[in-house]
Write a protein that binds this ligand. Structure first.
Ligand SMILES: [Zn+2]
Length: 370
């Protein structure tokens, strides 16, 4: 990820800080300094650093729980609004997703409980909510912040952990796609309530509400795509009627093909039928402008296009299409020859068709192919 600094790694997971987070710390320090001088600036900055240490430990809770189920995490990045752990996927079993989702907040429960025990009788419960009061001890403030972190994260709406807990519990009863849909609807209900409360009490809530609302619909669409993909073979979803270009074609030939067809990506196929690369419309236009029409397509194509066998499950292809950010995935026969293409658009069409056919059972527990 660009604009983030590597702090090191814990058990194969890189810990990173986004540059905006450092700017956020400096900005906060300056505000505290203006209000109460150097002492306040130090206190305030140390407090925020401690909170983010708790956020980091929270994310590592998710990371280690996921690793226990065999799901690795590339990195954890700290942003001003919290931490993001980029797990490669969620574990497939709902019970495992439940454990992974709960592992984060559980860390904050342990931290808060530990601090409260340590503070013991010195603690005035009223202090827990006075995070911004400089007279309250650091330990009490950190304990209070951890309690807030738990409550906020357990709101049953995506992308909060509570949303995943809700989805996992529902998925134990009804299948993943339906559970996600229902959990997303419940989450959007919460978002609407937040939005209304925000109008009357705190504008921050409106921002949170919009954020939750969008995240919920994104999550639902992704789950639907996954559910469709799990029950389908690549050969059912691929484009089979397309124009390809030979290895001796020029950008001019490609431009002709662009006009004649509705395609925007053209595979370059060699004499033995193997995919050598893909020329996108954007790359074609750029090459026409900068290098001229006689430029060989081999010089300007994107060469590292992933391929999948036609008999593979669609979700494997989906993963390489989304993770690697490629315009297309090539589909090959048993001899490795190109016989089809998969694009984001044609997967979208596949989804629309599947959802318009209610009689075909969908989802990982009841797909048409079993
Ligand atoms: Zn979490």
């Amino acid at each position: 990820m660009r604009w983030s600094l590597n702090l090191g790694s814990i058990g194969g997971t890189a810990i990173r800080i986004h540059v905006t987070f450092l700017l956020f710390l400096i900005w906060l320090g300056a505000i505290y300094y203006r209000q109460g001088g150097a002492e306040a600036a130090w206190q305030g900055t140390i407090f925020i650093v401690l909170i983010f240490l708790c956020v980091l430990l929270h994310e590592l809770g998710h990371v280690f729980a996921a690793r226990y189920y065999g799901v690795p995490t590339r990195d954890v990045t700290l942003w001003p609004f919290g931490g993001i752990a980029s797990m490669e996927r969620m574990p497939d079993k709902p019970s495992q997703e439940l454990v992974v989702a709960l592992a984060g907040p559980a860390v904050n429960v342990v931290i808060a409980a530990g601090l409260l025990l340590w503070l013991g009788s010195r603690l005035d419960p009223a202090n827990l909510t006075q995070i911004e009061n400089p007279a309250v001890s650091m330990a009490a403030k950190v304990a209070g912040a951890n309690i807030i972190l738990v409550l906020f994260n357990m709101i049953p709406a995506f992308p909060m952990d509570g949303g995943r807990v809700l989805r996992a519990v529902l998925a134990m009863r009804m299948g993943n796609a339906r559970a996600t849909e229902l959990a997303a609807t419940i989450g959007q209900g919460f978002a609407v309530v937040f939005g209304i409360l925000g109008i009357f009490y705190n504008p921050m809530l409106i921002i949170i509400a919009v954020f939750i609302f969008l995240a919920a619909s994104g999550e639902a669409a992704q789950a639907q795509l996954r559910a469709v993909a799990q029950g389908t073979l690549v050969s059912d979803a691929m484009i089979t009627e397309f124009q390809s270009l030979g290895t001796n074609a020029t950008v001019n030939d490609a431009a002709d093909a662009l006009i004649r067809t509705t395609q925007t990506e053209f595979p370059i196929v060699d004499g033995s039928g193997k995919l050598r690369g893909v020329l996108t419309r954007d790359a074609m236009i750029k090459a026409l402008k900068e290098r001229g029409p006689e430029t060989p397509v081999l010089d300007v194509m994107q060469a590292d296009i992933p391929t999948v066998p036609a008999r593979a499950k669609l979700d494997t292809a989906l993963r390489s299409l989304m993770q690697k950010g490629r315009p297309v995935v090539g589909v090959t026969d048993a001899q490795g020859r190109l016989i089809g293409l998969l694009t984001v658009e044609n997967l979208g069409e596949m989804m629309m068709i599947q959802s318009a056919r209610p009689e075909i059972p969908r989802g990982p527990w009841g797909n048409a192919r079993g």
